[in-house]
Design a protein around this ligand. Sequence first.
Ligand code: ATP
Length: 238
Amino acid sequence: MSAPLLQVNGLKVAYGHIEAVKGIDLELHEGQITTLVGANGAGKSTTLLALSGLVKKAAGRVTLDGKDLTKMAPHKIVSSGVVQVAEGRATLTTLTVRENLELGAYTRRDRDSRARDLDYVYGLFPVLKERAGGLAGNLSGGEQQMLAIGRALMAKPRVLLLDEPSMGLAPIIVQDIFRTLRNINQAGLTIFLVEQNVRQALKIADRAYVIETGSIVLSGTGRELLVNPKVQEAYLGS
Ligand code: ATP
């Protein structure tokens, strides 16, 4: 297999005396969906925050295509191509849908391709086009999640990071969001998905890691972990 696009080695993060992430290794391969699943408090969000540069790493190294991101400031990490989808509810509710999307592209100067990307996002989520001039605050929870994903796509990521996009959404909307992630991935984007919805995440993932109390305890293809008896017992209720 080719070298990983994004590589994490020995990542540790601590909040005071609490070691939330205890020296984990992860590899994201170009064009794949990789998922990190685990229970509440296992260290998933902390791992993403560390990749985005939003919490301090106590140890470890993060590289994108060989480039060292470990000590980079968050906005530089974004312009290097590692972009985290804001939590759905964190869309800017007093701005219009279109303004939210345009903000996603604020680090970019290439006007033509920005217009193309806006069309791409509207194609993925036609409802955002219909509601382009309306306030983001009037969107439903699922639509706000779509807007958050759209906004991240406007930054032209090489790697898209998502923290529990299914949280708080009705099952039918969750299906929609996951189907869209598949589409975005099939268009070539590398995705790192953190989820408590283990079944859904493993179903769409090429590679998967299970995290428990800050350590990776299992890894494999999504399919392998779906049929793994330990995963079934601990996370799939069977
Ligand atoms: P969740 O799904 O609930 O977000 P998670 O797997 O994402 O869970 P984290 O949020 O990364 O887990 O939390 C990992 C550990 O770090 C937990 O023990 C949590 O209580 C602790 N923790 C998280 N954020 C902080 C913080 N800001 N200050 C102190 N401890 C924290």
